[in-house]
Design a protein around this ligand. Structure first.
Ligand code: C2E
Ligand code: CA
Ligand code: CA
Length: 708
């Protein structure tokens, strides 16, 4: 057979003759060891590597059965084949049952003995080879399994000085890190901690140490830097499974989670964006109303040692800027303001955009701070190129009680703001308690309108308008007054805005027109010719499709020429509702009504627009012009407008004329008509009738007056 190297045989027998016999049989093929009893046999087995034992059963002292039992119980010996030698057939079976591999009968037949032992050895060798092969195969399978799993598998040791020394690893391990083992070794030596992205190393090491100290599983996501510099997210799970020289050895599984981590980061980013969008105004990026309220509340809590003010501001007639210059220009204006706020208020206080052109800030209650904010905002508008057309108004509320909700503080600043709106001499106001009272009044007035109309508390006052050239009476304007039973004579500024909001203005205007028609008719009956009277038509009325019909019915009812009742439409109305407005104006002009454009020059209408709009006269308000303007500038504007209007054959009425100096100047530039306190205040109807009677007014002026 192929037993080339000499194997060792142990012969255990208490009969020296038998031992010698057997030794002689096998001495050529085996190195022979001998033992004369069980104990000696075990000694030999522990000292020498033995390939086969030939064992006598009946021995004095430790017999063969005891040796079989001891050998099978000892893992180091359990594998050695045993052939039992016995003269008693009963022993044969018992020995085989106990774990012997075969038996030979005494007295020995040398040929049979040799053959049997040989068979045993061969069988044993084959078995062992088969087992070894199976083991190798299993190991190979396991390895290829380990190499084929998508994750990295490795065994590493955590050293006392914080290095991770690699033991076993699979293919995916290095694929995860984008390097071969050799490349890793060249780059990082034996420390695989260096494979972890440097910013995450500390955290990984700390977590491993905790895991080693507590025995808990290490479960951490971290980044690894690939050779091309890109980062990959991995998740590693590791558990200590033994210690060598008190250093923990970990088994670890590592998987690539870049995609899910990226999704997670993306989701976080998205959440942040949503949060930002919820808190910020999309155009300017400033805080929106709700965020402004919240941030201001926090800010006031954090700065409780300093007094603060809330400032609200907006742009006068911002809608018209949009209308005339386009929405992009409007946006540019808002962005310029936002830019100034973030440059100037950042670090000083909180600021935000409430909506449209309304902005708010919360800054220390220090005049210098507030003024410098205001001036930086206004200076920022220069970049828009239309800064001279932009007027900002401010309302200021001094914070007294910090526990008051910020929206109420803002309401109060807004009241202050509204108190200066339309005031051409004042640009900001500080809230005071009387403003609150005036709001209460407003509410009262608003709800009383209906009743007041029934009780005839509204009254048309008349303000005469004169020819500038000779001072003769030319026409008049009807201006409403409310004779309130408790509040006395209330001027229109205090109720018209609310009536415009509620829609009640439509009924009030039609009532005023009716009383004007009545006045003209009654005067006629007294033989006094009334000059044309203009009435103010609220912009809201142009939403009423029956406006033209109603006006026609009215003059027909009183049997008046339409030209005797002129219609004043404020310039800013054009911005609201241009198409519908122009259509109605066209129709009214066609019916014979004289159309006046009121408050010209206060807004942003260009003179060229007058060409396209059906108007017959324009009214210039001196008060608008004198606002903030030097006399020179005012003169400049007027001396440009008047000739231009004349070139379009549009007569000009200057209203709000308060001084002789203004009157002189208006005359010098060829203005046609004047209206103002310098000549006459708005007066009750009976007084007006007297003025007309005294003036000797005749219809001459009606005929001579322009129209196109
Ligand atoms: P408005 O149409 O511009 O009317 C001219 C305003 O200037 C009137 O104010 C008049 O009293 C005032 N005024 C005239 N001359 C002078 C002056 O020399 N100096 C100054 N400081 N003011 C002068 P009033 O009567 O208070 O009316 C205010 C506004 O209320 C009017 O401005 C008009 O827009 C509106 N309004 C008045 N009556 C009616 C009405 O019956 N219907 C509608 N829809 N609005 C009206
Ligand atoms: Ca008017
Ligand atoms: Ca006016």
């Amino acid at each position: 057979m192929m037993l080339e190297t000499l194997r060792t045989m142990l012969i255990v027998d208490d009969s020296k003759i038998d031992r010698t016999l057997l030794a002689n049989i096998f001495k050529d093929q085996y190195a022979i060891k001998q033992a004369c009893d069980g104990r000696e046999a075990l000694d030999v087995l522990h000292q020498t590597k033995v390939d086969i034992v030939v064992l006598d059963i009946s021995m004095t002292g430790m017999d063969g059965f005891a040796v079989i039992e001891a050998m099978r119980a000892d893992p180091a010996l359990s594998d050695i084949p045993i052939v039992v030698a016995t003269s008693e057939p009963a022993h044969e079976e018992a020995a085989l049952t106990d774990g012997a591999d075969d038996f030979i009968a005494k007295p020995f037949n040398p040929v049979v003995v040799k053959k049997r032992v040989e068979n045993i050895i061969v069988k044993h060798m084959l078995e062992r080879e088969r087992l070894q092969m199976a083991l190798q195969e299993t190991e190979l399978e396991l390895r290829s399994l380990a190499d084929s799993v998508p994750g990295g598998i490795c065994v590493f040791r955590l050293t006392g000085d914080g290095r991770l020394v690699l033991g076993y690893f699979n293919d995916s391990f290095y694929q995860l890190f984008g390097r071969t083992r050799a490349e890793t070794a060249a780059e990082f030596g034996d420390d695989i901690l260096q494979l972890v992205y440097k910013e995450d190393r500390k955290q990984v090491l700390a977590a491993l140490r905790t895991s080693a100290a507590t025995g808990e599983r290490f479960d951490t996501a971290f980044r690894v830097a690939l050779p091309d510099g890109s980062l990959r997210w991995v998740s590693a799970s590791a558990v200590e499974y033994k210690r060598v020289e008190d250093e923990p050895i970990f088994r670890s599984v590592i998987i690539d989670i870049t995609e899910s981590k990226e999704n997670e980061l993306l989701a976080q980013q998205r959440a942040k964006e949503l949060q930002h969008a919820a808190e910020h105004d999309h155009l300017t990026g400033l805080y929106n109303r709700t965020a402004f309220y919240r941030k201001t509340k926090e800010y006031l809590e954090q700065h409780s040692d300093i007094d603060h003010v809330i400032v609200l501001f907006d742009i006068e007639r911002f809608k018209i800027i949009n209308e005339l210059y386009g929405g992009d220009k409007g946006d540019e204006v808002l962005l310029a303001i936002a830019d100034a706020l973030s440059k100037h208020v950042d670090g000083v206080g909180v600021y935000g955009r409430m909506e449209n052109d309304h902005f708010a800030l919360c800054v220390p209650a220090d005049e210098r701070v507030v003024y410098s904010c205001m001036s930086s905002i206004e200076n920022s508008l220069a970049v828009t190129g239309i800064d001279r057309q932009i007027m900002l108004y401010y309302g200021v509320y001094q914070v007294v009680d910090r526990s008051m909700p910020v929206d109420i503080m803002c309401d109060r600043a807004n009241l202050a703001l509204r108190s200066v709106k339309g005031d051409y001499n004042k640009r900001y106001a500080l809230y005071d308690a009387s403003m609150h009272q005036s709001v209460l009044n407003e509410h009262e007035l608003r709800s009383e309108g209906d009743q007041a109309l029934k009780n005839r508390q509204f009254e048309a006052f008349l303000q005469p308008i004169f020819n500038l050239s000779d001072g003769s009476l030319a026409s008049a304007e009807a201006l409403v007054r409310w004779r309130h039973p408790e509040k006395g004579l209330v001027p229109p500024d205090q109720f018209i805005p609310f009536f415009e909001n509620s829609g009640f203005i439509v009924r009030l205007d039609s009532y005023i027109r009716e009383s004007v028609c009545e006045l003209i008719t009654n005067m006629g009956k007294q033989g006094i010719e009334c000059p044309p009277v203009s009435v103010n038509v609220s912009r809201l009325e142009f939403y009423d499709p029956k406006l033209c019909q109603n006006l026609r019915d009215l003059v027909n009812y009183y049997d008046l020429e339409p030209a005797r009742m002129r219609l004043e439409i404020t310039e800013s109305a054009y911005a609201d509702n241009a198409a519908q407005l122009l259509e109605a104006m066209d129709e009214l002009q066609g019916m014979g009504f004289v159309m006046l454009m009121d408050d010209f020059g206060a807004g942003f209408s260009s003179l060229s627009m007058l060409r396209d709009v059906p108007v017959d006269m324009i009214k210039l308000d001196m008060r608008f012009l004198s606002h903030g303007a030097t006399l020179d500038r005012e003169r400049g504007i007027l001396s440009a407008i008047v000739p231009m209007a004349k070139s379009l054959s549009l007569p000009v009425i200057a209203e709000g004329v308060e001084t002789a100096e203004q009157a002189e100047f208006l005359k010098s530039i060829g203005c046609d008509y004047v209206q103002g306190y310098h000549y006459a205040r708005p007066m009750p109807q009976d007084e007006f009738v007297e003025v007309v009677a005294r003036s000797g007014y005749t219809a001459r002026s009606l005929v001579s007056e322009g129209g196109r």
